[in-house]
Structure formats: C-alpha cells, structure tokens
Design a protein around this ligand. Structure first.
Ligand SMILES: *[C@@H]1O[C@H](CO)[C@@H](O)[C@H](O)[C@H]1NC(C)=O
Length: 508
C-alpha cells in the first residue's frame, strides 16, 4: 500500500518534472549547483543606513536636520517667491519662482554644523560672481561656502551668509546678491530673510560620520560596531539553519585605519571579526561591496553624499573600485569562510552604464582570480535593468560566476494595492518565471541576494506573513546559488530575520 502510494507520488513528480523541463526548454534547473546552496542573511546596518540600524544613532548630531544631501528650498519673505538656480544651474540665481521643485532645490554639502555648500540641479555649486549669487562652478571652493543662520530652533526663518561676510538678499525677483552687512530682527520686509523648507535627505554612513565630525564620529561608530552585531549573532545565525552571511562594506574599508574623511577607522576590524566568528561557527561569507566611490545608485546605502550617482563616470572610480576588490580578496582568500565576492551592489540603470559595468565586472573578476580560483564572483543586476540577462555576456567563459537579483514587493506602486494572496501568487508566478529565465545550464549561477517577507499590505495576519515567507523560500530556494534575507537586525520587525525566527514567522 505504502509503496503503491510512493510509486504514484514518484510518477507524479516525474510528470511534473518532465512538464517543467519541456516548459523551460529543457533547461536543467539544478545541474550546476555549487557545493551547497547559500541560505544567508544580510548583515545590513554595519554599514550605516538609518533604516537598517538603530535610527537613534543620528539623534546626537548637532543641527541634525541639515545633513549632507538634505534638499532645501528658500522662499523670500519680500518677493514671496522661491530662490532658483536659473536653467537648473550654469548661470545666475533668481528669486522669481512661485512653486518649488528641482531647480529650486539646493542639496547640502555640510562643512560643519553651521557652514554648507549648496549643490544645484545640474550639479554646480552656488557661489559668488562679484556680489551676485551664481551657480557656475563644478568644483566646491571656499568661496562657495555659506552659513545658514536660523531665527531659532523652532522657526523656519533663516538668513544665508556668504563667504564675503555679507548676507544674501533677494534684491529683486531677478537679482540675488551678497551685499548686506548688518541685519536685525526677522521682519516681513527684510530681503535677507527666507523661509526654509526641507525636502527630504539621506541618512547613510557619509551623513552620520560627517554629521558628528572628526572627534565624535569615531566614538559613535566604534560603539555601533561593537554592539550592533556581535559574536552571539553569528552563533544564532548558525544555530537556526542558515549557512552564510552577506556582508555589505564600503569602498573606504580598503584604506582603513585611515580612510578619507569623513569616514572613520574601524570597518576593517569589523570584517576581520566577522571572518573569525564565521569560521568558528561554520558560516560562509559573501563580501558585498555595497558602496563604491561616487555612488553607483545615488542612495544612502551606497553612501552617496547628496543623492548623485557618479560611479563609473570616470575610469578613476572604476580603477579605485577594482583596487578595493583586490584588497579584500587578498586579505581573506585563506579563510575557509570566504565563499563569494559581490563586486557591486545595485548599480542603477541608466546612470551606471552597461559599458562601465561590463568593463568593471571583467576587471573585478580578474582581481578576485588573482588571489582566489575558488571564490565565486557575483555580478549584481542593475536596478531598473531592462534585461535580467544583461550580464550574461560578461559571465560567458568565466568560471564560478553568479548573477545577483533583488526581489522586493515592499517598494513600488506596482505592489501597492495587492492583497496577501496576490503578493504570494506574484512570487509563484512572476518571480519564478524570471528565475527560470535566468537559470541556464552553462551560464552563471543565480543568487537572490536580497528579499524580505514584508509588503505594502496593511493589517496582514501572522499566517499571511508565514505564507508569504514560505512562498519566497519555495521559489528562491530554487535559485542555483541560493538566497539572502534582508536583513538580520532591524528596528522594524519583519525586516529583521532575527525577530522573524524568534517569533515563529519563518522556518527553514
Ligand atoms: C525669472 O527670471 C529669469 C531671469 O530674468 C527669467 O529668465 C525667467 O523667465 C523668470 N521666470 C519666471 C517664472 O518669472
């Protein structure tokens, strides 16, 4: 009886497998599995991003609403109009706009808690030409530095003092000058007074370290690194069915202990510790270069200073990044825990071009191979990539390469109004189809390097979450290289795998 049922099940499986094989053109899904499949968790938050750590870490920064990359808009109290870099930059500042968006937004470069540079839409910095306010220079200079003086902490009224010692005024709607030496009060008829509006910003490692400055930042970071994720966590990860960690690092790790300002000493020691603990508890490590010089996506997690994406626009940034890969592989190649090197997390299309990435991925691969024939080399697909196979050409002919895709239903309008079941169906249908499309018998392996059992659905039950997590484990469990949850620790419960495990939301 039992064997009869077993036979039936076996036949059924065979049929399903055959149909599957036919459907996907005979591609053998698991033919080129590596030694084992990665079941990993991302150690998000060691590299600072506000959302992935203790948000309160930013609280002690003086003038903490004016961090690098914060967007500011200034409305003149006399003209009632906004300051604007005419044409988006490259010419004068005016004060004649009744609404504010791109050209009227000034992105901060923080010099200290009072002094700032203002970067305009087309990337020039605000400076002076004689006494006239202009946005002409692409290189930040001392003359392009301004003090922002607030009426009080609770007021949005400010004055802006230029490097010549004079205050900016909206003299007329088409003339902004730095020629007022004495001011008093905050009256409505004073052309040096502006109402300041903040339009979002970034909170990554650049903002944190530059915000605290060279005395305080090293202490804050040291404290963070020594308490946020510790040896106990590696033990917990290993004891709960996971076999690897993906560790985001920033490019400045290669110049530790004296990284360029504002970064501070200590990130390398953190990674050294991770290797010690991973070896002790039998975990593999995927080193993930999450922040490249100039920023490959303009996000805070790639340590963009002001939201710009400038990586790959010069050969220098590419070469510098290759050096970082070279350095990291050389340092850890002897560790049995070094499993893979992910060359660059989430470059964004079209700013990070296919051309620069093809070049970089090739050079990065060589840099890994110089020290290790064994480590897998991971190529991350671009955000907004038009084709998930766009790096198959580079991978072609190289050994032990992996394509990394990141799957989130937690972002984007597309998923906004989906029910629990629709989210789950999307995983079983669309995600699975894409993974199948990526899975080839002689091409690169596939890693789902980031995913989370979180969505945009409100009021979901625990069971909904469990089903959503399981759906993703079912589907991403078929990725030939494996998967990695984002992330291990987080102040928001479902984003924390530690919390999900401890509270019975996820099992493997
Ligand atoms: C603002 O002033 C500039 C410079 O005179 C002019 O080119 C532009 O058209 C004006 N814009 C508005 C909305 O008045």
């Amino acid at each position: 009886m039992t064997s009869c049922i077993n036979l039936k099940i076996w036949l059924l499986n065979l049929t399903i497998f055959t149909m599957f094989a036919i459907t996907y053109g005979g591609r053998h899904l698991l033919t080129q599995n590596p030694e084992f499949q990665v079941k990993a968790v991302n150690l998000g938050g060691w590299l600072v991003t506000e959302g992935w750590m203790k948000p309160s870490l930013f609280d002690g920064i003086p003038n903490k609403d004016l961090l690098d990359g914060t967007g500011l808009q200034f409305k003149s109290v006399t003209t009632g109009k906004y300051l604007c870099a005419e044409s988006g930059g490259g010419t004068i500042l005016v004060a004649n706009r009744s609404t504010a968006s791109g050209w009227e937004t000034f992105s901060l470069w923080r010099i200290n808690e009072n002094a700032f540079r203002f970067r305009v839409f087309n990337k020039q910095f605000v400076g002076l030409n004689g006494i006239n306010a202009v946005a002409l220079t692409n290189t930040p200079t001392d003359s392009a530095t301004f003090d922002v003086i607030k009426e009080s902490d609770s007021s949005n009224r400010v004055r802006i003092k230029a490097s010549n010692g004079y205050y900016l005024q909206a003299k007329t709607e088409v003339l902004v000058t730095a020629d007022v030496s004495h001011v008093s009060g905050w009256r409505e008829d004073d052309p040096t007074v502006f109402e300041m509006r903040i339009t979002g910003g970034l909170k990554g490692e650049f903002q944190l370290t530059n915000g605290y400055g060279p005395i305080k930042a090293p202490q804050i970071m040291k404290e963070h690194w020594s308490t946020f994720i510790v040896e106990e966590d590696f033990k917990f990860i290993a004891n709960n069915g996971l076999n690897a960690v993906r560790i985001p690092v920033g490019w400045w790790i290669a110049s530790d202990p004296s990284p360029p300002r504002p970064y501070v000493e200590g990130s390398l020691n953190t990674l050294d510790n991770a290797f010690l603990w991973a070896e002790k508890y039998g975990l593999k490590i995927i080193i993930d270069l999450h922040a490249a010089p100039g920023s490959q996506n303009g996000d805070e997690h790639s340590s963009s200073r002001d939201g710009s994406l400038e990586w790959g626009q010069s050969d220098e940034t590419i070469q510098q990044t290759v050096q970082v890969i070279d350095f990291l592989t050389a340092r850890y190649t002897k560790s049995p825990s070094l499993y893979a090197v992910a060359l660059l997390n989430e470059p964004r299309s079209p700013g990070a071009t296919l051309e620069s990435l093809n070049k970089y991925y090739k050079a990065g691969y060589e840099a890994v191979r110089k020290h290790s024939s064994k480590a897998y080399v991971v190529f991350s697909n671009r955000l907004s990539s038009p084709d998930p196979r766009e790096f198959f050409n580079v991978a072609n002919g190289l050994t032990r390469t992996v394509i990394d895709v990141h799957y989130y239903n937690a972002f984007g309008d597309f998923f906004k109004s989906m029910t629990a079941q629709q989210n789950i169906d999307y995983i079983y249908n669309d995600r699975k189809a894409e993974l199948n499309y990526l899975t080839t018998s002689n091409g690169p392996l596939v890693l789902v390097g980031e995913w989370v059992a979180e969505w945009q659905l409100q009021g979901a039950t625990k069971e909904d979450y469990q089903r959503f997590a399981k759906a993703q484990l079912d589907v991403y469990g078929q990725a030939t290289f494996g998967w990695a949850y984002w992330s291990y620790k987080n102040s928001v419960n479902h984003w924390s795998m530690e919390w999900m495990i401890k509270n019975g939301y996820i099992k493997f």
